[in-house]
Design a protein around this ligand. Sequence first.
Ligand SMILES: [Zn+2]
Length: 288
Amino acid sequence: MVIKDYLKRTIEEKWAIGHFNFSEDEALRAIVESAAKLKTPIFIGTSEGEKKHIGIKQAVNLVRAFREEFGIPIFLNADHHKTLEGVKEAVDAGYDAILADFSAKPFEENIKLTKQAVLYAKSKNPDIIVEGELGYVRGESKIQKEIIEIKTEDLTKPEEAAQFVKETGVDMLAPAVGNIHGIVTSSKESIDIDIISNIKRAVGENIYLVLHGASGLGGTDLKNSINAGISMIHINTEIRVAFTEALRKSVAQMPEETTPYKILTPSIEAMKKVIEEKLRIFGSINKI
Ligand SMILES: [Zn+2]
């Protein structure tokens, strides 16, 4: 099945595809092994920074190798690409999906640049999935100790979402619905379920909504978001934290150990625990 078939099913059957990021082999292995065990289709993303670390050709070919080895639907996404050059590079390298993120630009310019990204991507690969972002999702993929205040003007307006998807031709939309990137410790992340429902109604059945910054959100928020029309959920910080916490422990517990894979294996197990827990909440298990 192609990506669109799975996206369609998320709406019909009320579940969401998990999207997890990687920048090295350990996270990629943890994501794929979890997805294979639970028989779930999976999106794997690299931000521009993560892509630079692993290498763009390496990312595409590593994912291909895992896809062949495990035989499950794994889709590679260029997460939050903020320039047309970056988008083109990912499309040309063979990414299955891209997030052309011009949400920091004014509305009209966001439409213009996103539309250019869509035209380029589809001309090179008609099956590619393009996501746009509208509204302002604050924060970064880390533990946020400072207070992050979400302003009303940050949130995506349903009527603008409808205009945005119509004029750009995107397949998926990342709205700002009260979500914050990273794990927030000093602020309260509160998802506005009504806004999700209103945006979904405004963009229609065939445009799929993506919830970013879901690290740190509880199961109820996640399930309500799915019921309101979210088709894909991004988790990054929670697996980064699992990776680094396990790594710090390994290094402390094995001060004499110099074999990298022995030091890193507990990190893979720690990430798998988080990923599997999320996939169960998303309801995507046994959907292959
Ligand atoms: Zn994001």
